[in-house]
Ligand binder design. Structure first.
Ligand SMILES: NC(=O)c1ccc[n+]([C@@H]2O[C@H](COP(=O)([O-])OP(=O)(O)OC[C@H]3O[C@@H](n4cnc5c(N)ncnc54)[C@H](O)[C@@H]3O)[C@@H](O)[C@H]2O)c1
Ligand SMILES: C[C@@H](O)[C@H](N)C(=O)O
Length: 366
């Protein structure tokens, strides 16, 4: 609770500062949203957060970052899988299937949830192998959380992705607003989420917030069946066997991001006062690289790394339809987004985490 009070005092003063700072150039919209220091924008109340699909690549780390700011008990992780013991030790966990509306509603009501982070999804590559299930989880599940968020006046975060763009979108860079005609069920469901959330925001005032994440790179958690997964696997392989077989062509460029940048962006965006958000769906960018470029950077640390290329038609096709770079200038302007990790920093950090981890369980390094 102490952490929580400190955090809200900090963000209250930040909000006041930013409103004062912007007073020289107030637009009519900014004036409308200034409701005084104790308005809901002031974040004076500590949020109670529920994360769905929390046992995948991203949920556990986000829960930890939120718990550091708002307290252990105020952030509930949920999923349909059984959590490992160390996750149970970190804080509250509950079973929640996003297809079960009644159970979700009970959780929200009984726990006084005010922020909902909707992470459950089937990612791009695995989604193409089971379109029906993907449609259920990604679209029916989304409708359930939208209804819940609206009925219970929650702040709702739904991540979108570079996969929400398609071959007819501008690819280098892809701006926030442009043609979006993705060719995967994953992409179609994410465009649907962006549009439904924005519609409910404009019609009923739902506090819907959505970031389009690049491919996320993490050392401690494994990716869940996406097209960008090679950029995580290559670090495991580099330190275990010293050989990686890449399923993408060496020159396939995609936007990527270190997991700690992704979590920080999410927390900062959730904390941003409503009056600063001119969009409800923002691109966020950090790095953009090809397999060839990440290999070159890893070889500065591990010169013996051997990489062979065997493009997989499904994932190559998906990657070729996605943006090569993201334009995130709106996020930088509106709520101050700035990544910390470039490619050299990301590679150094990933290798050092993997080395430490392998050493801690007595595994050698190739
Ligand atoms: N990881 C990335 O690179 C990336 C990039 C862009 C966007 N995103 C988005 O971020 C979110 C989290 O991604 P992630 O990488 O952690 O995904 P993940 O695939 O690793 O995890 C998804 C989780 O959803 C859970 N799930 C599946 N069906 C469910 C159901 N019916 N009810 C509740 N939970 C269910 C799974 O058990 C799994 O733990 C997703 O919405 C994803 O689209 C991820
Ligand atoms: C990019 C992102 O949405 C996910 N990592 C995927 O490849 O499907």
């Amino acid at each position: 609770m102490k952490t929580c009070k400190r955090a809200s005092a900090f963000f209250r003063s930040l909000c006041r500062f930013s409103l004062l700072h912007r007073s020289m150039s107030w637009s009519p919209r900014q004036i409308r949203c200034w409701k005084g220091p104790e308005s809901s924008d002031s974040l004076s109340d500590c949020p109670r957060v529920l994360i769905t699909g929390g046992l995948g690549q991203l949920g556990i780390g986000l829960a930890q970052m939120l718990r550091q700011q708002y307290g252990r008990e105020n952030v509930i992780l949920s999923d349909i899988k059984k959590p490992p013991a160390e996750v149970l030790d970190m804080g509250p966990f509950v079973y929640a299937d996003v297809l079960d509306y009644k159970n979700l509603r009970e959780l929200v009501v009984n726990n006084g949830i005010t922020w909902l982070v909707h992470y459950s999804a089937m990612l791009s590559a695995v989604g193409e192998t089971n379109v029906q299930l993907s449609r259920a989880i990604n679209i029916t599940g989304l409708h359930n959380v939208l209804d819940l968020a609206l009925d219970n006046s929650m702040r709702l975060f739904v991540p979108s992705t570079i996969g929400a763009f398609g071959p007819s979108s501008p690819r280098d860079p892809a701006p926030d607003l442009c043609i979006q005609r993705p060719r995967t069920i994953y992409g179609v469901s994410k465009v649907h989420a962006e549009l439904m959330g924005e519609y409910l925001h404009h019609k009923y005032g739902l506090d819907f917030r959505c970031l389009r994440y690049p491919g996320v790179i993490s050392a401690y958690t494994h990716p869940g069946g996406g097209t960008t997964d090679y950029a995580v696997q290559i670090f495991h392989d580099a330190l275990s066997t010293g050989h990686h077989e890449c399923y993408l062509h060496p020159k396939t460029r995609l936007p990527m991001m270190h997991i700690s940048d992704c979590h920080r962006a999410t927390v900062e965006f959730m904390q941003a006062p409503e009056c600063q958000l001119y969009l409800r769906t923002y691109n966020i960018a950090a790095i953009s690289f090809t397999p060839e470029e990440v290999v070159e950077e890893i070889r500065k640390h591990l010169p013996h790394l051997r990489v062979t290329y065997k493009p997989d038609p499904i994932r190559q096709n998906i990657a070729d339809s996605w943006p090569m770079r993201f334009d995130d200038s709106n996020a930088r302007r509106d709520w101050g987004w700035e990544p910390a990790f470039g490619l050299p920093e990301l590679v150094t950090d990933m290798l050092s985490h993997h080395r430490n981890r392998r050493a801690s369980v007595d595994l050698g390094v190739s």
